[in-house]
Design a protein around this ligand. Structure first.
Ligand SMILES: C[S@@+](CC[C@H](N)C(=O)[O-])C[C@H]1O[C@@H](n2cnc3c(N)ncnc32)[C@H](O)[C@@H]1O
Length: 276
């Protein structure tokens, strides 16, 4: 294992990509990652599979387009994704260890709790002044059952016009999709949630937008009355954890309901929610 060899292979990948030799670029990235946990090799692999704007740029477009009156963000970390929220949007941010650097706007509130604790101790409707959740972003713990519980908890406060975004749903390889973090570039196994939702909740509309670096799921047609995920939670988690990543081999995009990260496509899909 050698970091300098990984760096050399990464630069070889960049040159191959620049020359239009995609397969060679992918092979060099993969060889780099066999040498070391070299995040730039992951980022380049992701860029080749998910061309276009990053999830930040896409989320900024979604906020600007939907102009949500209310927004709930699970996992705020340093507050980068909070910076793109419109000042007029009433925002709840939830993170047990928030490290937000910027000053919050008067309409933004951070709760230093896990999302499970937050939902157990707060009435979200009351926190939002009696309004439903219009837009939400699940970006907390990178293990599927946490994201599943976040979705179950959020859906109660949604309407069929709400949109829930879920980060890190497009896995790159076994290591970066592991449930326990092994790599600097880490999506965890949130992809399993997308497979579950598409399998068991056909009433929901679930797409995986190819937003660099790890994809962004967009969930629509939410049903605050639905009990299915809550009632079947233990068996759904068992089912999800039994899915190997190889189940996506050769049909990853189809299984995850892939949508290219092209704004006209995403905008048209958002329009199908009907807006508030
Ligand atoms: C990837 S960061 C969020 C990044 C942020 N959304 C952004 O895009 O700028 C993930 C965050 O989830 C938080 N987190 C971990 N477990 C959590 C939990 N159970 N509930 C809520 N947040 C959690 C971590 O503290 C971390 O700050």
């Amino acid at each position: 294992m050698s970091r300098s060899l990984a760096r050399m292979l990464y630069y070889r990948a960049r040159i191959s990509r620049w020359l239009g030799l995609r397969a060679a670029a992918v092979r060099s990235c993969e060889a780099a990652l066999r040498q070391a946990d070299y995040i730039k090799a992951y980022q380049l692999l992701a860029a080749m599979d998910l061309p276009g704007e990053s999830y930040f740029r896409l989320m900024a477009r979604i906020h600007a387009y939907l102009k949500p009156a209310t927004y709930v963000e699970i996992g705020v970390d340093e507050g980068e994704s909070l910076q793109i929220v419109l000042p007029e949007t009433l925002t709840l941010g939830i993170d047990p260890e928030p490290r937000v650097k910027q000053a919050l706007t008067p309409r933004q509130k951070i709760y230093a709790q896990t999302s499970d604790d937050f939902f157990a101790t707060h009435d979200v409707l009351a926190e939002l002044g009696g309004r439903p959740v219009e837009l939400a972003f699940i970006d907390g713990m990178h293990q599927m059952e946490f994201a599943l519980r976040d979705l179950i908890n959020l859906e109660r406060y949604c309407t069929p016009r709400s949109v829930v975004l879920i980060h890190d749903v497009y896995p790159i390889d076994e290591k970066s999709a592991a449930r326990e973090r092994q790599t600097a570039f880490w999506s965890g196994d949130i992809w399993r949630l997308v497979v579950l939702l598409r399998r068991h909740r056909p009433d929901l509309v679930v797409h995986t937008i190819g937003a660099w670096p790890t994809g962004l799921a967009m969930v629509q047609k939410l049903d605050p009355q639905s009990r299915l995920l809550r009632d079947r939670y233990p068996s759904l988690v068992d089912e999800a954890l039994a899915m190997p990543l190889s189940a996506l081999d050769g049909r990853k995009k189809e299984t995850l309901g892939f949508m290219p990260n092209e704004w006209p496509l995403v905008k048209a899909q958002l329009d199908r929610s009907g807006g508030f």
